[in-house]
Design a protein around this ligand. Structure first.
Ligand SMILES: *[C@@H]1O[C@H](CO)[C@@H](O)[C@H](O)[C@H]1NC(C)=O
Ligand SMILES: *[C@@H]1O[C@H](CO)[C@@H](O)[C@H](O)[C@H]1NC(C)=O
Ligand SMILES: *[C@@H]1O[C@H](CO)[C@@H](O)[C@H](O)[C@H]1NC(C)=O
Ligand SMILES: *[C@@H]1O[C@H](CO)[C@@H](O)[C@H](O)[C@H]1NC(C)=O
Ligand SMILES: [Ca+2]
Ligand SMILES: [Ca+2]
Ligand SMILES: [Ca+2]
Length: 321
């Protein structure tokens, strides 16, 4: 946590003795105060003063005026206070007693980011004495979990706000990815040695995990050949022009490769003509898609065809010599 007090003090000393920076003030405290020169006496003519306010990331700046008394003018063309931050810009001038100008009144200015620039400009003359302004600012926590300012910062599963930041966590059995945002699963090492079975993306047919790389190996003895049959519900994030840039399924059977597969059209039936296959499923850090499911069966050179039974136990459907 930074303390603004000393920083402001040293800056103040610096400002006093630095001729070039006399009209520029850098404020980095969690709160602070801005006054027009000579406040509460009348402010001088031909001023061009700037205050840069920076608070730590995770905070925004709230600025409000306790006193405001500037020379009124049409569209604030004589004297004005301008408050700027990113896409925000407010210009104020006038005095409390005349309601024709843009005085801040009870309004406050709230930034989206952690920086704000306030400029105070005056022209060459004043019709009468104007006392200027006094403003205060403070750092305000951004509730990232509610505001979702930046889509790329939103948590995949759970979001926890705290003063100055936020963090993400995951549902049971998921792991937070090193991006600190998405939730992945550990699924690198799945080996199937049964003659038949069912494999699917995690949570199928509900959204599969993001930022995950799943590897499934089917290893049978030499002489067996494996066939895959994909279920009709097949849904992997795709792109209209680029083939499978986000999520994909790739199958390796010996030297042969199948895929990459993505989109919503099931690959159907694949005869791999191999006794050993590797399935690689990759997902990126966004999107909600249902995934995939396949049934594998095998045929042995000297034995029958193996099909899965409804309980998923292996079973031979027949025998032929
Ligand atoms: C300081 O004042 C000079 C002239 O008065 C002006 O040209 C310059 O832009 C000002 N700088 C800032 C940071 O306001
Ligand atoms: C003051 O803030 C503005 C806007 O954030 C920035 O463009 C400018 O460089 C800053 N000036 C200094 C001296 O930090
Ligand atoms: C994730 O959080 C850790 C510790 O909180 C931090 O060191 C790391 O830089 C963060 N990574 C990203 C990508 O933000
Ligand atoms: C299957 O693989 C064997 C060698 O492993 C090869 O001789 C045979 O031609 C292949 N059959 C088909 C249909 O690709
Ligand atoms: Ca003036
Ligand atoms: Ca926060
Ligand atoms: Ca995706």
């Amino acid at each position: 946590m930074r303390t603004g007090g000393m920083g402001c003090f040293w800056l103040f000393v610096l400002c006093l003795f630095s001729p070039a920076g006399a009209n520029f003030t850098e404020l980095t405290g969690m709160f602070g105060q801005i006054q027009s020169p000579n406040y509460p006496e009348g402010y001088p003519s031909d001023l061009d003063s700037t205050w840069n306010i920076t608070v730590p990331t995770g905070f925004r700046i709230k600025l409000y005026f306790m006193h405001f008394d500037l020379e009124p003018s049409y569209l604030c063309e004589y004297d004005y206070v301008k408050v700027m931050s990113d896409d925000l810009q407010e210009t104020f001038c006038g005095r409390e007693s005349t309601d024709t100008e843009r005085i801040p009144g009870q309004e406050f200015v709230l930034t989206n980011s952690n920086t704000m620039t306030v400029t105070f400009k005056t022209d060459f003359s004043n019709e009468e004495r104007f006392t200027g302004f006094e403003a205060h600012y403070s750092a305000v926590d951004i509730d990232e979990c509610v505001e979702k300012l930046d889509e790329a910062l939103v948590c995949d599963h759970f979001c926890h706000n705290y003063i100055g930041g936020f963090y993400c966590s995951c549902r049971f059995s998921y792991i937070l990815h090193s991006d600190n945002r998405t939730c992945k699963v550990e699924c690198r090492d799945n080996v199937f040695t049964e003659k038949s079975g069912v494999i699917s993306s995690p949570d199928y047919p509900y959204s599969y995990p993001k930022s995950s790389d799943c590897l499934y190996r089917i290893e049978l003895e030499e002489g067996f050949t494996i066939s895959l049959e994909f279920a009709d519900i097949f849904d992997l994030e795709d792109h209209p022009d680029v083939p499978c840039p986000y999520d994909y399924l790739k199958i390796k059977a010996g030297i042969k490769e199948f895929g990459p597969y993505c989109g919503d059209k099931s690959p159907g039936k694949i005869d791999t003509n191999s006794s050993s296959i590797h399935i690689h499923f990759h997902s990126d850090d966004s999107g909600d898609n249902q995934g995939w499911k396949l049934t594998f069966t095998s045929v042995g050179k000297h034995s029958g065809k193996f099909l899965p039974d409804p309980e998923g136990n292996r079973r031979s459907s027949g025998r032929s010599q």
